[in-house]
Design a protein around this ligand. Structure first.
Ligand code: ADP
Length: 159
């Protein structure tokens, strides 16, 4: 089976990476779909986010990367996937994720959304939390892969 894992990944964290690894074990293939959203200003460019993810997932069998604009269901169709994969950290994620899952079903009944619960030790991790810590010079090497930690340190040292 082939799963589509859509997200902003601005940047990818160990929480995302864990989901990708477990998704590949469960389904065989995970297509990581990096969202290009002109309405939302990202910290890292789309190209940089793709390079970061490629570096972090190079040893994960079954993982591949695409970028997309617009609707997730259209991206699912053009990549020939069987399902959409998303992660759940807490109740706060649940309401939003459920709404998105229902919206996607209303647009295309071919795609079920499968949720994987976060590993407990990753439950606090989000791209914004990592950026907040990096901005103030805190330790982030337990939150993101080394390559991404260096990118974050560089970006906030410039400011
Ligand atoms: P989006 O902007 O679409 O929410 P994100 O990059 O923030 O994109 O997240 C992509 C997916 O990964 C979401 O389903 C989110 O719930 C999940 N996710 C993010 N961080 C974690 C984590 N620490 N553990 C498990 N899932 C996570």
């Amino acid at each position: 089976m082939k799963a589509l894992y859509p997200g902003s990944f601005d940047p990818l964290t160990f929480g995302h990476l864990d989901l990708i690894e477990r998704g590949c074990k469960l389904f065989g293939e995970v297509v990581i779909a990096v969202l290009e959203n002109p309405a939302k200003k990202s910290t890292f460019t789309l190209d940089r986010r793709i390079i970061q993810i490629a570096n972090a997932t190079k040893d994960i069998k079954g993982a591949s990367i695409v970028s997309f604009k617009g609707l997730t269901v259209n991206c699912a169709k053009s990549n020939n996937v069987d399902l959409i994969l998303r992660g759940l950290r807490a109740m706060s994620d649940f309401e939003y994720e459920l709404q998105i899952a229902h919206t996607n079903r209303s647009l295309d009944l071919n795609y079920e959304t499968i949720f994987l619960a976060t590993e407990t030790h990753h439950s606090y991790l989000s791209s914004s939390v990592v950026k907040e810590v990096a901005r103030f010079g805190g330790e982030i090497r337990h939150m993101v892969p080394e390559f991404i930690a260096i990118d974050l340190i560089n970006i906030y040292n410039k400011i």
